[in-house]
Design a protein around this ligand. Structure first.
Ligand SMILES: [Zn+2]
Length: 258
């Protein structure tokens, strides 16, 4: 089993290469670029340069798309804007040599769970068609979500993968917050694919699910790493507030468990 560890964040365009070198020294093999507030790498030359550096250092890059996405909005313009945001990440991601764009698919709002699923599935299919038309290699990965009133249960994401051919992101902290426990056997059945892209951190949650991420405790890392399947290629992006130290800690614990 190989697990790639790394943080959710690369920092500014100007510092990106320096940061990547630091990551390499720390032993990170993956880095998720946070376009969560905007797709801040705009210049294609910058993207190429950063992508080449990452490749040279053996660090895989992924992108987290902006939070402002709702593929089930009741307003058509908002759906279109959401798709555009994802496609913008794909476009710049191609220059960066990024493997996948992770995104939060949307909200149930006033529509039923079934209807929400159907709507989101339709939009994902359209995005995939656009990617295909452009001959892009990038994957799009809807994420399992932590709040019970937000679309993205493990079952919903699994079905999207089955029915559209999209990729996925398993956020174990979100699953814990949403379902109050992580049923690893269920997750293995829902995601039989060889490659798992995962998010992880400690999490504070209540009845309605996720409240906020927090630093991962040692025993939480241990539980996750013991329960992950052994026959897959796994990447774990750490999203805690202390993501660098936390990723290092996870890696150390993994080395001991191996
Ligand atoms: Zn996310």
């Amino acid at each position: 089993m190989t697990i790639k560890f790394g943080p959710a964040g690369l920092g500014s365009v100007a510092d990106a290469e320096k940061v990547l070198e630091q990551y390499k020294k720390l032993g990170f093999k993956i880095c998720e670029i946070a376009f969560t507030y905007s797709a801040y790498i705009k210049d294609k030359k910058d993207a190429k340069r950063i992508g080449e550096k990452a490749k040279e250092l053996g660090i895989e890059l992924t992108i987290h798309a902006p939070y402002f996405i709702n593929l089930n909005s009741s307003e058509k313009e908002k759906i279109e804007a959401s798709k555009k945001r994802i496609l913008k990440c794909c476009e710049i991601g191609e220059e960066l040599g990024v493997k996948r764009v992770v995104f939060h698919p949307g909200y149930y709002g006033k529509t039923s769970r079934e209807e929400t699923y159907t709507n989101i599935k339709k939009q994902i299919k359209e995005i995939l068609e656009h990617i295909k038309k452009n001959n892009w290699k990038i994957k799009i990965s809807p994420e399992t979500m932590g709040k019970i009133n937000v679309f993205g249960s493990p079952e919903e994401i699994s079905n999207l993968v089955k029915e559209t051919g999209c990729d996925f992101c398993i956020d174990f902290a979100h699953i814990l917050a949403r379902e109050k426990k992580v049923d690893y056997e269920k997750i293995k059945k829902l995601f039989p694919q060889k490659e798992w892209h995962c998010h992880f951190s400690g999490i504070v949650y209540g009845e309605k699910g996720e409240k906020h991420h927090r630093t991962t405790e040692k025993k939480e890392w241990e539980e996750l790493l013991k329960n992950l399947p052994k026959d897959k290629e796994i990447s774990i992006v750490c999203e805690s507030p202390t993501l660098i130290e936390d990723s290092v800690e996870g890696m150390k614990i993994y080395e001991k468990l191996k």
